[in-house]
Design a protein around this ligand. Structure first.
Ligand code: ATP
Length: 317
């Protein structure tokens, strides 16, 4: 029915190579790496073989080129990524603390990605798209939220489907209209890919089975729960459950695992694979990505993920 599309932030990430707190002294940094949750998602979706297109904006600068070149190299249609001459590409500086949490300096609020407009190219893309993947981060960007709603209506009207990665921190939900908008997103989606914490946030219920049931009652058909090093679980509305144990890897950089997982899962499902096979590829995509530094540097093609699965042991379930 047409490509999978996603809307939202494109930025570069620059990473400190030493663990510690903050950026108050000179540090060794690596990057710029292409980044942004929707960009990572769509890159992995294309790499696995899906037809994929990105909706977003970058500045007329090298950081924008880093992103556009990567997405193009990996087969993403960038016809609806606009290049702004007024605003720069967003950036994020990241440093890991010894306990695994991260310090960030974000320059996104006034970047090109925060000021999306409905363009002719976007209209043309949406009118032939078959699936919209929504990242919860659109709720922090009013222009991306407006575009998402408009695109969702058009894609729905032509028989397309919608997926949602809540990607929402607990602290954000009580800001302004976020809770109400989040509720709308949950009710729009056919497929929801939450972490355990996001599942509770979306359903308002602690118990996993009850939370999943509540989301099915609100319209979802498939729910896939991401559990980090504990793998993932698939549920459908008819009572099926599939648990997928994680691959055993050394985690070097956790950023982007959930986005790669989602890109592989949605890509595989849209290629016609059954849930169990899609879940396997998604688990492999998330695990492979954490073994490489940089948010989307470990995204894999289908052949690369097959090779990864053949030589990587799994945790016992
Ligand atoms: P993020 O927001 O940081 O991208 P997330 O919470 O959305 O992460 P995770 O659960 O961390 O997503 O990761 C998604 C999937 O990737 C997991 O369900 C798992 O299959 C795989 N994965 C992530 N981290 C690891 C790890 N350390 N070892 C093995 N597999 C992992």
């Amino acid at each position: 029915l047409g490509p999978t599309i996603t809307v939202g932030e494109i930025l570069v990430e620059i990473v400190a190579t030493t663990e510690g707190e903050g950026f108050l002294e000179p540090l060794d940094l690596i990057g710029p790496f292409p980044s942004g949750a929707p960009a990572i998602f769509i890159d992995q979706c294309a790499r696995i073989g899906g037809s994929a297109a990105m909706v977003g904006a970058v500045g007329d600068d090298d950081f924008g080129q880093v992103n556009i070149r990567r997405l193009q190299r990996d087969g993403v249609d960038v016809s609806a990524v606009s290049v702004s001459t007024d605003h720069p590409t967003g950036s994020a500086f990241v440093r890991y603390r010894p306990d695994g949490t991260r310090d960030f300096v974000f320059n996104i609020a006034k970047s090109a990605a925060a000021l999306l407009e409905w363009t002719t190219q976007l209209e043309m893309l949406v009118s032939r798209a078959g699936h919209l993947h929504i990242m919860g981060t659109v709720l922090a960007m009013p222009s991306a939220w407006e575009i998402t709603k408009r695109a969702a209506d058009i894609i729905r009207a032509r028989g397309g489907s919608l997926s949602l990665d809540p990607n929402l921190r607990k602290e954000l939900i009580d800001h302004g209209q976020v809770r109400e908008q989040f509720k709308q997103l949950v009710e729009m989606a056919d497929l929801i890919l939450p972490s355990g914490e996001e599942l509770v946030l979306a359903a308002g219920v602690q118990d996993e089975r009850a939370a999943v049931q509540s989301l099915f009652q609100r319209g979802a058909n498939e729910i896939v729960i991401k559990r980090g090093r504990a793998g993932s679980t698939y549920y459908d509305r008819h009572g099926a459950r599939i648990d997928c144990p994680a691959f055993l890897v050394d985690e070097l950089d956790p950023t982007g695992a959930g986005d790669c997982f989602g890109g592989a899962y949605v890509g595989c499902r849209r290629l016609g694979m059954a849930p169990a096979q899609a879940l396997n590829y998604a688990n492999a995509a998330g695990a492979r990505n954490v073994t490489v530094r940089g948010p989307m540097e470990g995204a894999g093609t289908r052949a690369e993920l097959d090779d990864f699965m053949a030589r990587t042991a799994r945790a016992s379930s």
